[in-house]
Ligand binder design. Structure first.
Ligand SMILES: [Fe+2]
Length: 161
C-alpha cells in the first residue's frame, strides 16, 4: 500500500516554486485588473465604430481572464497560493486607472492599451526572470505576452490615423 501522506506536494524544488510565485503572481493581478477595467470600457465606449470596439473589448476581457487563470494555476500547481482577492488586485495592480463614465472610442482604446502595456512590463519581467528559474513557467509568461501583444494590435488598429 502506498502511504498517501508520503506523496510530495509538488514535483519541483520549493525555491523554484517560490520564485515562480514571485514573478507570476503580479501577472495574475495585472490581468485581473485588465479584465475588470476591460468590462468597464466595454460598457462605456461610444462612437461611430461602437459595435466593433464594444465586441473587441469583450474579447480582451475574456483573454485577460484566461491568461490570469493560466498564470494562477501554474503557481497553484507548484503548491503555492495566489492572493488575487479584489482588495489585493486594487492595491497592487500596475495598470493605470481608467477614467470613469462614457468615452469616445479613441479615448477608450488608448486607455486600455495603456493598461495592456503596463501588464506587458510585468509579463516581460516574468519572462526574463523565469528563464533561469523554470522554463516551463517561463513558457506560460511567453504565451501570455504573445496574446497581449496581439490584443494590443487589434485595439491599436481601430485608432484613427
Ligand atoms: Fe456585454
Amino acid at each position: 500500500m502506498t502511504d498517501v501522506k508520503s506523496v510530495p506536494l509538488t514535483g519541483v524544488d520549493a525555491d523554484v516554486a517560490a520564485g515562480v510565485a514571485q514573478f507570476l503572481s503580479p501577472v495574475v493581478l495585472d490581468l485581473q485588473a485588465l479584465a475588470v477595467d476591460g468590462k468597464q470600457a466595454h460598457w462605456h465606449v461610444r462612437g461611430t465604430n461602437f459595435q466593433a470596439v464594444h465586441e473587441l473589448l469583450d474579447l480582451v476581457v475574456q483573454h485577460a481572464q484566461d491568461y490570469a487563470d493560466l498564470a494562477a494555476e501554474r503557481v497553484v500547481a507548484l503548491g503555492l497560493p495566489v492572493d488575487a482577492r479584489i482588495q489585493t488586485v486594487a492595491a497592487k495592480t500596475t495598470t493605470p486607472a481608467l477614467e470613469q463614465g462614457f468615452q469616445q472610442s479613441d479615448q477608450t482604446i488608448a486607455q486600455v492599451i495603456a493598461q495592456i502595456d503596463a501588464a506587458l512590463v510585468t509579463v516581460r519581467t516574468a519572462v526574463e526572470e523565469l528563464n533561469e528559474l523554470d522554463q516551463v513557467s517561463q513558457d506560460v509568461a511567453i504565451e501570455i505576452a504573445r496574446g497581449l501583444d496581439k490584443d494590443r494590435w487589434f485595439l491599436f488598429a481601430h485608432l484613427a490615423a
